[in-house]
Design a protein around this ligand. Structure first.
Ligand code: FAD
Ligand code: DLZ
Length: 501
C-alpha cells in the first residue's frame, strides 16, 4: 500500500505526489493537527478556512475514486502532529511506501525529511523551480524583482511579442497609482455563504480556539475549487478592469477596492497561478481589461509571488531572524487593539480582525510602514503578519515582511525601505480626512505619527543608509536640517514612541 499524505495547503488534484498513483493500491492521509493549528495562534478565519477546505477536498477526492483516511481535530485519538499522524497511518495501513509533495515552509520540510524512507517530490504548483532560479541567480551581483520578472516574461512568452513586451513597456506602474475618484464605488467582492461543513468547522474553531485573534461572523471565503473558480471569474469580470488604476489606492470605508481576494484560495492550492494569469490574458484579448490592469496583475503572480517564494527557499530557515537595522522595540499593543487613533491604521486593523484580509498597500504602507518607522523587532512583526491573515504561510509572508516591509534583510529583496511619512498616505487616499491627527502638521501631539517618526527613522539608521545609493538624497535632506531642527525632530519622535504601546 502507498501512503500519500496531503497537507492542508496542498488542496489541488494536480499535486505531484498524486500524479500517476494507482488508486486501488494507495491511501491518501489528511490530518487536522494541533501542532499546525498552534505554531502561531492563527486568526480564527484562517483556521476555519484551512479545515473547511481540507474537509471539502477530502470529499472531492473520495468522489474521484480515492481512498482517503481523514483525521479530524475534534475526533478521539487525534495525535497532535503531522509526523505522528503519518507514522501511525503508515502502520495502520501497512504502507510499503510513503510519497509526499514537499511542504512550503522550512519547518514542515524538516519534519517531512525526518520520516524514514519517505519519497518527497518537488512542489510543481509554482511557475519557477528553485534550480532554475539558482541558475539564473548565479553570478548576479544583486537580486531585483524587475529583472526576475523580465526573465520570466521572456521565458514564458507571457505578454510578449517576440523579444519585446506587449505595448512596448515592461510595466505600467506609473499609471497604476491613482487614488479612488470621488463617486466611484468598487464592486463588492463575492461572499460564499458557509455550508453545513463550514458551519461545523466554524463551531469547532469557536469552541476550541476561543482566545485566538479575529472574528468569525464575516467568514465568506471560498472553500472549494468550484467556489474559487467563481471568485476568479467574478474578479475578472468586475474588478480586473480597474485593478491597475487603483492598485495602490487607500480609501476610507472601502475594504477590498479592486483587489482580487484570491490569495487565500491560491495559497491553499484551490487555484493554480497559471489559471489566474491565463484568465487575465483572456480578458485582455477579449477587450474586457486594459493592458495596465492585466500587466499589473500578471506582475503580482508571475513576478512577486514567485520571486518571494524563491528567495524564502534559497535563503533558508534563518531568514526570518534577519534584523539588518537592529530594531528591538516590542510590537505595540495597537496591533492587537486597533486603538491607535490613526484612521488608516485602525481601519486596516479592523478589517484584519473581521475579514482576516487587508490589501497590499494597507499591509505595506500602513501596518508595515508604521512598524518600520517605530523600529519594531522584525521577528515580532513577522509573527504578527503570519498570525492575522487568511493567506499567511511563511514562504510568502516572511519575505514580504522581513524583506519588503521591514528591510530586515538589508536590501536583498528590495532596493530601498518602504518608509513613508503621512504625505504618502494622504496622496493615495482619503483616510486623513477622517483622522484625528493632522497630516499637514510635522510635530507635536496633534501631528500625524507617521510624520513625527519618519525623519527619526532616517536619522536612527543613517549608517545603514549611507551605504545605499537610493537613500542618499533622503539622507542629504536630513543632513541639511539645522542641528536644532534635527534635535527637535528626534525629541518629538521619542515623545510619540513613548505614547505608543
Ligand atoms: P491582489 O492585489 O489581488 O493581487 C493578486 C495576487 O498577486 C494575490 O492574490 C497574490 O497571490 C499575488 N501577490 C500580490 N502581491 C504579492 C506579493 N508581494 N507577494 C506575493 N504574492 C503577491 N501575500 C500572501 O499571499 N500571504 C501573506 O501572508 C502575505 N503577507 C504580506 C505581508 C506584507 C507586510 C506585505 C507587504 C505583503 C504580504 N503579502 C502576502 C502580499 C500581498 O499583500 C497579498 O498577496 C495580497 O494583499 C493578497 O490580496 P489579494 O489576493 O486581493 O491580492
Ligand atoms: C495552516 C495549517 C493549519 C492551520 N492546519 C493544518 C492541519 O491541521 N493539517 C495540515 O496538514 N496542514 C495544516 N495547515 C497547513 C500547513 O501548516 C502547511 O502545509 C505548512 O504551513 C507548510 O506550508
Amino acid at each position: 500500500m502507498l501512503l500519500l499524505p496531503v497537507l492542508g495547503d496542498q488542496l489541488g488534484t494536480g499535486l505531484a505526489s498524486l500524479e500517476g498513483a494507482d488508486r486501488s493500491r494507495a491511501v491518501i492521509l489528511m490530518a487536522e493537527v494541533m501542532e499546525e493549528a498552534r505554531y502561531v495562534p492563527h486568526h480564527r478565519q484562517k483556521l476555519a478556512l484551512v479545515f473547511s477546505a481540507m474537509r471539502h477536498f477530502a470529499e472531492a477526492l473520495r468522489a474521484d475514486g480515492w481512498r482517503v483516511d481523514y483525521r479530524r481535530l475534534d475526533a478521539e485519538g487525534s495525535l497532535g502532529s503531522l509526523d505522528a499522524e503519518i507514522r501511525a497511518a503508515a502502520s495502520r495501513h501497512g504502507a510499503t511506501a510513503i510519497r509526499m509533495t514537499e511542504a512550503g515552509e522550512h519547518r514542515v520540510r524538516a519534519l517531512q525529511r525526518a520520516i524514514p524512507g519517505a519519497e518527497i517530490l518537488e512542489d510543481d504548483r509554482f511557475l519557477v523551480s528553485l534550480p532554475a532560479f539558482a541558475a539564473w541567480r548565479a553570478g548576479r551581483r544583486r537580486l531585483r524583482l524587475e529583472e526576475f520578472y523580465r526573465w520570466q516574461r521572456r521565458t514564458t512568452g507571457i505578454l510578449m511579442e517576440g523579444d519585446t513586451p506587449v505595448g512596448g513597456q515592461w510595466n505600467y506602474d506609473a499609471e497604476n497609482r491613482k487614488p479612488l475618484p470621488r463617486g466611484l464605488v468598487p464592486p463588492p467582492a463575492p461572499r460564499f455563504a458557509p455550508d453545513a461543513v463550514t458551519a461545523q468547522v466554524l463551531a469547532m474553531v469557536e469552541a476550541r480556539f476561543p482566545a485566538n485573534f479575529g472574528t468569525l461572523h464575516r467568514f465568506h471565503w471560498p472553500v472549494t475549487r468550484a467556489q474559487a473558480l467563481d471568485a476568479l471569474a467574478d474578479f475578472v469580470i468586475h474588478r480586473l478592469p480597474r485593478f491597475g488604476d487603483h492598485q495602490d489606492a487607500l480609501a476610507h470605508g472601502e475594504e477590498t477596492l479592486f483587489h482580487s481576494l484570491l490569495s487565500p484560495a491560491l495559497n491553499l492550492g484551490l487555484l493554480a497561478p497559471r489559471e489566474l494569469v491565463d484568465s487575465a490574458l483572456a480578458a485582455h484579448a477579449a477587450g474586457h481589461a486594459p493592458l495596465n490592469a492585466v500587466e499589473g496583475f500578471v506582475r503580482q503572480i508571475l513576478g512577486w509571488r514567485e520571486y518571494v517564494r524563491l528567495i524564502y527557499l534559497a535563503e533558508g530557515p534563518d531568514y526570518v531572524r534577519r534584523n539588518a537595522l537592529a530594531a528591538t522595540r516590542p510590537l505595540p499593543a495597537i496591533y492587537w487593539q486597533g486603538n491607535s487613533g490613526m484612521a488608516c491604521f485602525d481601519a486596516a486593523f479592523a478589517q484584519t480582525r473581521d475579514l482576516a484580509y487587508a490589501h497590499h498597500i494597507q499591509r505595506l504602507m500602513v501596518l508595515g510602514n508604521f512598524a518600520l518607522l517605530a523600529g519594531v523587532d522584525p521577528f515580532q512583526v513577522h509573527e504578527w503578519f503570519l498570525t492575522v491573515y487568511a493567506d499567511a504561510y511563511e514562504w510568502v509572508e516572511a519575505p514580504n515582511v522581513i524583506g519588503m516591509s521591514q528591510w530586515a534583510d538589508g536590501g536583498l529583496l528590495g532596493s530601498k525601505p518602504y518608509a513613508a511619512s503621512g504625505a504618502y498616505i494622504r496622496r493615495m487616499g482619503n483616510h486623513c480626512r477622517h483622522c484625528r491627527f493632522d497630516v499637514t502638521a510635522k510635530a507635536g501631539a496633534g501631528a500625524c505619527p507617521f510624520n513625527r517618526l519618519y525623519w527619526d527613522f532616517i536619522a536612527r539608521n543613517e549608517p545603514h543608509f549611507a551605504r545605499n545609493q537610493r537613500m542618499w538624497r533622503t539622507l542629504d535632506t536630513w543632513r541639511r536640517f539645522p542641528p536644532e531642527r534635527q534635535q527637535a525632530i528626534r525629541a518629538d519622535a521619542a515623545a510619540v514612541l513613548d505614547t505608543i504601546s
